[in-house]
Ligand binder design. Structure first.
Ligand SMILES: [Zn+2]
Length: 146
């Protein structure tokens, strides 16, 4: 099993639920970059995202099957498969040089492999609240049944 707490860089293949969209994601900060977020779209989507970059993310198949959703400042770009609806990745508003990648789409990984995930306070996004400098809301834990 992959060590989800490691910050060693790694590259993983991924795909959406129906398989129409396939990609390769370089994760320069490893799987330890996993986070959730309280903002209006992340709280609804519920996905755990890991950090990639524009250069390190390649759509291998199905670029024409991806749609993009933007709202509010329209800085963030949320991509999803038009066939199965699954969110694959997004350009971050907090750091537009970074992409967030849905860990549930990555080969060999499940969101439930992450037993402790940092939660970002996107609801009080620093971009909307310049005085709000702490971007951490807490930690979510999952304890597997034994
Ligand atoms: Zn799909």
């Amino acid at each position: 099993m992959i060590d989800v707490t490691s910050n060693d860089p790694l590259t993983l293949n991924g795909q959406c639920h129906c398989g129409a969209v396939k990609f390769t994601a370089e994760l320069p900060l490893g799987l330890a970059s996993a986070r959730r977020c309280t903002c209006s779209i992340c709280r609804m989507r519920g996905a755990i995202a890991v950090t990639s970059t524009h250069d390190g993310f390649k759509i291998v198949e199905g670029a024409d099957k991806l749609a993009t959703y933007r709202f509010n400042t329209r800085t963030a770009e949320h991509h999803f498969c038009i066939q199965c609806g699954i969110y694959t990745h997004h350009k971050r508003r907090s750091n537009p040089n970074q992409l967030g990648v849905n860990v549930a789409c990555l080969d060999g990984l499940s969101p439930f492999d992450f037993h402790e995930v940092v939660v970002y306070d996107g609801q009080r996004h620093p971009g909307d609240n310049p005085t709000h400098t702490t971007f951490t809301a807490g930690t979510l834990t999952f304890t597997p049944a034994s």
